[in-house]
Ligand binder design. Structure first.
Ligand code: NAD
Ligand code: DAU
Length: 365
């Protein structure tokens, strides 16, 4: 590779693969993509980059210091973008250990390797170097209905093992800046949606179940609120933070688009009715099921710092993004089948098998 490189971790997952694709579209940076290919990571997310000489995929773990050291030595990256994580809250409730291993221990191993590498750079390379840690709004916990949105100064109050593991990683990243001077950046983003999102997350799950005429499982009363952002807007924001953000700073990224889960599912049903009139009305498939334990009621992001310092704001409206997402899933049945093979069916049984619709709050409504 002749261009400067970025080392992207978790680049075979949902957001990571969209990010790598957008970086390579501009072709100013080569990408070394380190991903463990867990149930959430798929080479099918990167098929269009298979012949790109500027994209180098490596299957491996961010917690493998020998491998990470070797990649840093070989490719001499100008930046690291850390997407690698266990990312699904429900999985963190059923099995938290993997979340601690990758999100906390793995991120820390990565930081140790990167610090060693950064110290070996000459001063002009070291000054320009950045470690961007991609984190979540879930570290801030849950908002009440009248609370102002989360800012970069909101208190950390993580409620799920996933959120706690991401919070721990954020603290380690911050500590490596304060203690060792490593030029880090942290972003805390709201819920993403769009192409290549794993079929077990809310929007793809509802699309897949809706097409197939299966039940649409809404946790509890479905009045929980999330702030939705189209994945390409997130990727654009990350590029700006990487290139123009101030080292040591945190940036909140969000869509200014609060919706209840029930709103989302009903809107998807409306779009499904248009695309598949024979299955209408898809709302008949909505089933309130037992709630997620510790379920955060509301997230909302104040993204003023992104707007004022970096001039970023989301470009894709929720209506346009949701319609494009539904279209993408409809046009990629082969991708859905490939990433769903085997393990996805087992997950559906594990997560939904014990949730009795009749016992769920909101079941009558
Ligand atoms: P994802 O689960 O789709 O992808 C995670 C990727 O990391 C997968 O490709 C997986 O194989 C890889 N991975 C897991 N453990 C690894 C390890 N030990 N070493 C190397 N690779 C490993 O997740 P996503 O939704 O794309 O999220 C990416 C990042 O963004 C995560 O850190 C997540 O916390 C954060 N985030 C996600 C959202 C969202 O709405 N999806 C919002 C804000 C922040
Ligand atoms: O807020 C950012 C976070 O958004 C990211 O950090 C996480 O990595 C990402 O997975 C996402 O977390 P959520 O828990 O919000 O996403 P999920 O798609 O699992 O659920 C969205 C909402 O929908 C949540 O309130 C739970 C609800 N839900 C989810 C599923 C899968 C249901 O009601 N039924 C379901 O079957």
């Amino acid at each position: 590779m002749q261009q400067p490189n970025w080392l992207v971790t978790g680049g075979a997952g949902f957001i990571g693969s969209n990010f790598v694709r957008s970086v390579r579209r501009e072709a100013r940076f080569g990408v070394v993509n380190l991903d463990k290919l867990t149930y959430a990571g798929h080479l099918e997310n990167l098929t269009d980059l298979a012949d790109d000489p500027g994209h180098h995929f490596v299957c491996g773990d961010i917690g493998d210091a020998t491998l990470v050291d070797a990649l840093l030595d070989e490719y001499r990256p100008a930046a690291i973008v850390n997407f690698a994580a266990e990312s699904h809250v429900d999985r963190s409730i059923l099995g938290p250990q993997e979340f601690i291993q990758t999100n906390v221990v793995g991120t820390h191993t990565l930081l140790q390797c990167v610090l060693r590498y950064w110290k070996s750079l000459d001063s002009s390379q070291a000054d320009g170097f950045r470690f961007l840690h991609v984190s979540t709004d879930e570290v801030y916990g849950s908002l009440g209905p009248q609370d102002p949105p989360f800012t970069e100064n909101s208190q950390y109050r993580p409620n799920s093992p996933y959120a706690a593991s991401k919070a721990a990683a954020d603290h380690l990243v911050r500590a490596y800046h304060e203690t060792f001077g490593l030029p880090v950046l942290t972003t805390n983003c709201s819920n993403n949606y769009g192409p290549y999102q794993h079929p077990e997350k809310l929007i793809p799950l509802m699309i897949g179940n809706g097409w197939a005429g299966r039940l649409l499982p809404v946790y509890g009363d479905g009045r929980q609120i999330r702030d939705w952002l189209y994945v390409q807007d997130h990727c654009d924001a990350l590029r700006l933070v990487l290139e123009r953000g101030r080292a040591g700073e945190t940036y909140n990224i969000g869509g200014d688009c609060e919706r209840t889960n029930l709103d989302i599912v009903q809107e998807l049903c409306r779009l499904l009715d248009q695309a598949d009139p024979a299955g209408a009305p898809h709302t008949r498939l909505i089933a309130h099921v037992a709630d997620r334990p510790g379920h955060d009621r509301r997230y909302a992001i104040d993204a003023c710092k992104m707007q004022q310092e970096l001039g970023w704001k989301p470009r894709v409206s929720f209506d346009a993004g949701l319609a494009a997402t539904l279209r993408w899933y409809a046009e990629h049945p082969g991708w859905v089948a490939a990433v769903s093979a085997g393990a996805h069916e087992r997950w559906l049984e594990t997560n939904y098998g014990g949730r009795d619709p009749a016992a769920a709050p909101g079941a009558a409504g």
